[in-house]
Design a protein around this ligand. Structure first.
Ligand code: ATP
Length: 235
């Protein structure tokens, strides 16, 4: 479904990605794990077109998307849930969700997707007329995921969904991520610092260090890998 081939991405003179190649197959949950500053967010930003690569190629559903506008990439079927949620704090829950459907004009489909996200996260239905900024951190993460789903993506990019949330809330959100993958047939690319959690829900994983992929394997193998255990699982 998605492939990155030898992607190099820069912020000015700073090289953040140094030849990243990876693949995501339709229906998978893939996780990218690594330390702070390894380049995980930049990988997502390169895919979504917000920080386009300088060289290399990104293909989605057989088409090159390497230097295409982010809004076009959303309309092709890729939505990103950014690190730190980035919901619109002064808009209501419903208005935030409407923003997610900004590029669509199929009123019936939008209505059924709204029902779908309210079914996933009933608390959002209860709070539909409340300003996004008044929600708890966990609810804001639910809103950010739901807003991305309102674009009806085929590939959902999730950046650190567990960041700053209490363990019980994280557990709930990860259950929903699995459910979205299973029931809605949405392919998921999950960036996480909580490697243990991420590898437990993912089918396959990649490990990133200093802008390079250093390991690629099934999630089970990575969980059992001694180097991964030592560096990322605290075992
Ligand atoms: P984190 O878990 O902290 O978000 P990460 O693995 O997602 O880390 P990135 O945010 O992709 O890492 O950062 C990769 C490298 O690019 C780091 O060296 C970082 O300092 C640098 N970087 C990231 N954003 C910018 C920016 N806007 N301007 C300059 N350098 C940046």
């Amino acid at each position: 479904m998605l492939s990155l081939v030898d992607v190099h991405t820069y912020y000015g003179n700073i090289q953040a990605l140094k030849g990243v190649s990876l693949e995501v197959k339709e229906g998978e949950i893939i996780t990218l794990i690594g330390a702070n500053g390894a380049g995980k967010t930049t990988t997502l930003m390169s895919i979504s077109g917000i920080v386009p690569p300088r060289t290399g190629e990104i293909r989605f559903l057989e088409q090159p998307i390497t230097r295409i506008n982010p809004n076009k990439i959303v309309s092709m079927g890729i939505s990103q849930v950014p690190e730190g949620r980035r919901i619109f704090p002064y808009l209501t829950v419903l208005e935030n969700l409407d923003m997610g459907a900004f590029l669509r004009n199929d009123a019936e489909g939008i209505k059924s997707d709204l029902d779908y996200v309210f079914n996933l996260f009933p608390i959002l239905a209860e709070r539909r007329n409340q300003a996004g900024g008044t929600l708890s951190g966990g609810e804001q993460q639910m809103l950010a995921i739901s807003r991305a789903l309102m674009a009806r993506p085929r590939l959902l990019l999730l950046d650190e969904p567990s960041l700053g949330l209490a363990p019980l809330v994280v557990k709930r959100i990860f259950e929903i991520i699995k459910k979205i993958n299973r029931e809605n047939k949405t392919t998921i690319f999950l960036v996480e610092q909580n490697a243990n959690l991420a590898l437990k829900v993912a089918h396959r994983g990649y490990v990133m260090e200093n802008g390079e992929i250093t390991l690629a394997d099934s999630a089970d193998h990575l969980l059992a890998n001694e180097a991964v255990k030592k560096a990322y699982l605290g075992i």
